[in-house]
Structures are given as structure tokens and as C-alpha cells.
Ligand binder design. Structure first.
Ligand SMILES: C[S@@+](CC[C@H](N)C(=O)[O-])C[C@H]1O[C@@H](n2cnc3c(N)ncnc32)[C@H](O)[C@@H]1O
Length: 359
């Protein structure tokens, strides 16, 4: 069985997605955790609502930390003994577990116990993200006494990332850069770390809803002066090196057009939008206003992206979400959803990364 992680609240959507793709039989295993008896290799499928996958996972049960660690180790030992390669070990829990504080510590202890046992067998155990680690060994605790263990070969993705990702449930390790102008900076850093998007020097990136400038600054730093960041916001924004800024309301056609003029015939490789209206506190109204901006951002991406271009957008969950997904799926080859760890845990914001514009 494969175990897929999703954002809590998205389990039904993930199961529906698996069903739609006729990829196998799926069932709910725990909050944010779906089990899949796959009909086709999971590498061949792109589960939009899944954030992470544990291949060929076995269920483990045990009252104690040692029993859980033994349960995970038992099937791994012969495979790892026969393999001298370094490997990475992750022990984690689903996002937003009700007893997260207790369970997180327990997962850590299970990980330590496994690492200890493997060191005795003189295996090189790497706890951090290491590109060279070919194998990914994972333990996911869904309860005090129940979890899933999986050992998988890693694939290197064309964008430079590895798959399955080293960030289960989106728990990317992100630098606390307090000099950055906004918490949005950390969210983008985390999103880009998790998603296999690489911004290359000389690329062009458009940042919609850019103030106070976290995302623009992040991309500008990656460019090291060699690319072009074109940013816009209804509010003013301070000068950032390497960032061209246009102030105006994006829902105003003249501003939309001015931005197109600024790009000229240079197509952007990435359009990103973090635009969010001032919230009124009425969920339906807030959702509709924010989705209007998202739609305009999609229109802009559709007009400007070259074939193969990417689009990153922040959206708020609500009833316009699925129609948006459908629109993006027709325009792009793949659409990934994730909730940033750096966002407040109860907030309903999500990132969608649509990759490979079809034109
Ligand atoms: C969450 S903030 C963006 C944070 C930014 N990504 C960063 O990294 O610092 C959302 C922005 O969307 C902008 N915004 C809202 N409505 C807009 C509109 N109609 N046109 C342009 N920008 C808009 C807001 O002024 C606000 O600065």
C-alpha cells in the first residue's frame, strides 16, 4: 500500500482525485492520511491533493517507542544491509494533528531509536536533506501506537529536486531570515524549496500583489542581478535591488495593460500572485473578492507565459476552489497544492503551483 499525505480537510478531494484518475482503491487512514492500493505505478500519476507519498508503506503498531522502531526496522534491515549507499531517515506526523505536541516528540524518539540501531550496524544515517542520499526511509506516526513505515528509492527530478520530496507534509526546513521584509518571504522560500521550481539567472518573473516585497526580494536574490523581476501592487513598495515596480490596482484594465507593456515581447518564465484583498471578515465575500484577483492573475499568466512556463498563486479555500483547479488543469500540465507551514495554522490559504503551460 502507498500512503499519501494531504492537507487536513482535503482527504475527500484526494480520494476523489484518485478515483477520477482510476489510479487504484483509496481509503482514509487518519487525518490527512490516505492509503492507496495502486493500480498503476504512482510515479505515473500526479495526485493534485497529495503533498507527499510513502511508497510500499507497512503499518506498524506498538505501545512503546522501541516497539514502533522495531516494527519499522524489521522489513528494512535486509535491504539496507545489502546496500552501502547513504540514506535519509525521516520520522514525522501529519500536519495539524490534534495531539501534535505529544506525537511530534514521540516521532522524534522513534527516529532516534532507529538511527541508533542502524549506527550499530554501521550504516550511514543522514537525518537532514542530502541530495546524494538515494534511499528515503520514513516513519509516519498517526497515533501514539500506530504508524506507517516506508523505504523508497529517490528519483532526481529535472528541476533539481528529489522525489519523493524530502519535506513530508510540507515540513520544509526553512531559514528564519528576520531581515526579510515579510513573513510571505519565508512562505515563498518554503514553497519553492518544496516545489521543484528553479529560477535561473536571466529568467523573468512577474510578482502580482508584491508589497511589501518579500517574494520579489527572494527571487531578486536568486537572480543575483541577472534576471528581471517585475512587481506590482496597489500599495507603494520600497525600492528593492533588481526589481522594477509598477503601482496600481491590478483589476484596473489600464494597470493590467501597463504591465503587459513593461514586459514587452519578453515572456516571463514564472508568474506569481500573492494578491489578497483587505479581509472584511465575511468568509463568502472575502473568498469571492480574492478569487476575482486570482482569476485576473490566471488571465495574465495565460496571456504572457511561454509554453512550459509556471504559475504560482496563493488562494483561499472556498467554493470557487474546484472550478479554479479545473481551469488550471486545462491550461497547465500539472497542478500542485500545498499549505505553507509558515502560515498561521488555522488560516485557509493554500499555494497552487501550476507547471508547464500548455499554450
Ligand atoms: C499578502 S500581501 C503580499 C505580500 C508579498 N507577496 C510579500 O512577499 O511581501 C497581498 C498584497 O496584495 C495587494 N493587493 C490587493 N489587492 C490588489 C489589487 N487589486 N491590485 C494589486 N495589488 C493588490 C495588497 O496591497 C497586498 O500588498
Amino acid at each position: 500500500m502507498h500512503v499519501l499525505l494531504t492537507a487536513p480537510g482535503f482527504e475527500a478531494a484526494l480520494i476523489e482525485e484518485i478515483d477520477r484518475q482510476d489510479a487504484g482503491d483509496a481509503k482514509l487512514l487518519a487525518n490527512g492520511v490516505v492509503g492507496l492500493e495502486a493500480r498503476c505505478p504512482p510515479e505515473a500519476t500526479d495526485f493534485v491533493f497529495a503533498r507527499h507519498i510513502l511508497f510500499d508503506a507497512a503499518e506498524i503498531r506498538g505501545e512503546s517507542v522501541s516497539a514502533l522502531a522495531d516494527g519499522a526496522l524489521f522489513p528494512w534491515v535486509p535491504i539496507l544491509d545489502a546496500d552501502e549507499e547513504p540514506w535519509e531517515l525521516l520520522a514525522f506526523i501529519p500536519d495539524e494533528h490534534l495531539e501534535a505536541h505529544v506525537l511530534e516528540r514521540r516521532a522524534e524518539l522513534v527516529g532516534e531509536k532507529i538511527a541508533e540501531a542502524l549506527k550499530k550496524r554501521r550504516k550511514r544515517v543522514l537525518r537532514r536533506k542530502v541530495e546524494s542520499a538515494r534511499k528515503l526511509a520514513q516513519v509516519l506516526l498517526v497515533d501514539r501506537d500506530r504508524g506507517f513505515a516506508s523505504l523508497a528509492d529517490r528519483l532526481t527530478l529535472p528541476g533539481g529536486g528529489v522525489w519523493p520530496s524530502a519535506f513530508p507534509a510540507g515540513r520544509a526546513e526553512i531559514a528564519d531570515d528576520w531581515d526579510a521584509p515579510s513573513s510571505a518571504y519565508r512562505k515563498l522560500e518554503e514553497a519553492l524549496a518544496w516545489l521543484p521550481v528553479k529560477v535561473r539567472p536571466k529568467d523573468r518573473v512577474v510578482d502580482l500583489g508584491a508589497a511589501p516585497g518579500g517574494w520579489s526580494q527572494y527571487v531578486g536574490r536568486m537572480f543575483k542581478g541577472k534576471g528581471r523581476v517585475i512587481a506590482t501592487d496597489i500599495l507603494p513598495m520600497g525600492h528593492l535591488p533588481g526589481v522594477e515596480f509598477l503601482q496600481g490596482d491590478f483589476s484596473d484594465e489600464a494597470v493590467f495593460q501597463a504591465l503587459l507593456d513593461l514586459l514587452g515581447d519578453q515572456k516571463p518564465q514564472l508568474v506569481m500572485s500573492d494578491m489578497a484583498p483587505n479581509m472584511m471578515g465575511i468568509a463568502e465575500v472575502d473568498h469571492a473578492r480574492s478569487m476575482h484577483l486570482v482569476d485576473l492573475a490566471v488571465d495574465f499568466a495565460e496571456k504572457t507565459l511561454p509554453r512550459g512556463g509556471d504559475f504560482l498563486v496563493k488562494v483561499f479555500q472556498g467554493r470557487e476552489f474546484l472550478p479554479l483547479m479545473q481551469r488550471l488543469r486545462t491550461l497547465f500540465e500539472s497542478v500542485k497544492v500545498r499549505k505553507p507551514k509558515a502560515s498561521r495554522s488555522r488560516s485557509v490559504e493554500l499555494y497552487l503551483l501550476a507547471r508547464n503551460f500548455r499554450m
